[in-house]
Design a protein around this ligand. Structure first.
Ligand code: PLP
Length: 466
């Protein structure tokens, strides 16, 4: 219900918010010591050096343990999750798609609210992206997948956006049903690659496994439901090493391919790995190794990650309650009874207003401008740059890479049936022109939360409900 108090005569004071880079603002002695440790050894390369500390290898093991941990529980000693650290989230996507065998003639199903790297990685694999609509979590709608699958579908890529989980348990169940049918048709299974660059640390409910269920329904960290998952350590992410990424899987053979492909095609199995040519080459690999500096800093950040998430979740929960009191509708959570979202971003849908799309867009822009004028860093989702499929002009125009790939490739001629302009995903399109979001900094004081809520009150009264 809208609040009945008049606030327009109580303009909020101007204020400065803490920076919004969740992991970076927690940098301290631990990260400095980690970087210095590598410097003092003069060994910034992960596999060898004058005195290699194998920071990246230790980070991979620690991250595997972190991923296996249940909410609030300590990291288990061992598990079945296998991690390869790489030098960016984009690189992680490219290596993972390569390891999953994606190439010319393949389709990859992806949602329309993502980040351009989710789609550019498909194009760079010379495959064709196929868009599916979103549900009320603003992530991939599990019920839209079946209609988008064709015999050419190789991979399905859910992208839990801005810290909010998809209904990943349902997505996996739908994929298992699809794969059971494909088996009877003699078709290879479709595989799931979770792009969790924006949802590091989130928990969701479901059963992992794209072909057969791996266990009973339970709570797992996102990124561990599909055949592979990727994460990013870029500065906007929940923890950061400036750049960096991780590829995770429970499948030992897929892990071996990822290990090889991230390192020019040669898996390095020795422990510690010493022999550059110590294993059979897999073919043409990428140069995606993580540096020891990144690995050491990431280890320090990983120990802070749950505290960072706790802070964001607590602030986010208070903003959600307040938004509801103002008559705004926060974006739906995949699992309202046990929300495992990271709290990174608070999206709210504006109340019913103008009917015409142009008027809705004008209203959304006015709301975002008013919030920005008071020091917040909002996004009207329709204008959220290349997170939105119809803002990616090279995609709409089907602009090719060198020699016309992927669009001119004869094995991809079926792409003529696909379009990428606005109107392709009606449910997402409507959500984007009626929703605004604000960042939830990871170090907000109670006073700063109050200041943000006062701005929401004011903008609600003077713009949204005016
Ligand atoms: C959903 C998503 N996927 C992939 C990436 C790429 O990660 P990076 O910036 O580390 O290359 C990002 C980064 O912003 C992202 O948000």
């Amino acid at each position: 219900m809208p609040v009945d108090k008049r606030v327009s005569d109580k303009k909020p004071a101007k204020f400065a918010l803490p920076a919004e880079f969740p992991g970076a603002v927690w940098y301290g002695e631990e990260e400095i010591e980690a970087a210095m440790r590598v410097m003092k050894r003069r060994s910034p390369f992960r596999y060898y050096g004058p005195d290699c500390g194998f920071e990246v290898r230790q980070f991979e093991r620690e991250f595997a343990r972190y991923l296996a941990a249940k909410p609030g529980a300590p990291w288990p000693e061992a598990g079945d999750i296998l991690v390869t650290a790489v030098n960016s989230g984009t690189g992680a996507l490219e290596v993972a798609l390569d390891a999953l065998g994606v190439g010319c003639g393949d389709e990859v199903i992806v949602q329309g609210f993502m980040w351009i790297a989710s789609i550019s990685s498909i194009i760079r694999a010379r495959a064709v992206p196929v868009l599916v609509d979103s549900d009320d979590t603003l992530n991939m709608d599990p019920e839209a997948i079946r209609a988008a699958v064709t015999p050419r579908t190789k991979v399905i890529m859910p992208v839990p956006m801005l810290g909010g989980c998809a209904r990943i348990g349902r997505i996996m169940a739908v994929v298992r049903e699809i794969n059971a049918e494909r088996r009877t048709q003699g078709l290879p299974p479709v595989r799931v690659l979770e792009d969790c660059a924006q949802a590091l640390g989130a928990h969701a409910r479901g059963i992992p496994g794209s072909i057969a269920p791996l266990g009973d329904e339970d709570i797992h960290r996102v990124g561990t439901f599909g055949d592979a998952g990727i994460f990013s350590l870029q500065i906007n992410k929940d923890m950061t090493a400036g750049e960096g990424g991780m590829i995770v899987t429970r499948d030992p053979e897929l892990h071996r391919r990822i290990e090889a492909l991230h390192n020019v095609g040669y898996a390095k199995d020795a422990d510690p790995a010493q022999n550059w040519y110590g294993d059979a080459p897999l073919g043409w690999g990428h140069g995606r190794r993580m540096t020891e500096l990144q690995g050491a800093v990431a280890r320090a950040q990983l120990r802070k990650l749950d505290a960072i998430l706790d802070n964001m979740r607590r602030s986010h929960a208070r903003f959600e309650v307040h938004a509801r009191e103002l008559g705004l509708t926060p974006r739906a959570r995949a699992d309202a009874s046990a929300p495992g979202d990271t709290g990174y971003y608070c999206i709210f849908h504006l109340p019913p207003g103008p009917a015409a799309a142009a008027a809705k867009i004008a209203r959304g822009r006015a709301v975002a401008a008013a919030l920005a004028a008071w020091g917040l860093h909002p996004w009207f989702l329709h204008d959220f740059e290349v997170h939105v499929y119809y803002n990616i002009h090279p995609l709409i125009e089907k602009r090719p890479m060198n020699n016309g790939c992927p669009w001119d490739c004869s094995r991809n001629a079926f792409h003529a049936a696909y379009r990428y302009d606005r109107g392709t995903l009606p449910r997402l399109d409507e959500a984007l022109i009626t929703s605004v979001g604000i960042n939830v900094p990871s170090r907000l004081t109670a006073e700063q939360e109050q200041e943000i809520m006062a701005v929401l009150d004011y903008v609600c009264e003077t713009v949204i409900n005016a």
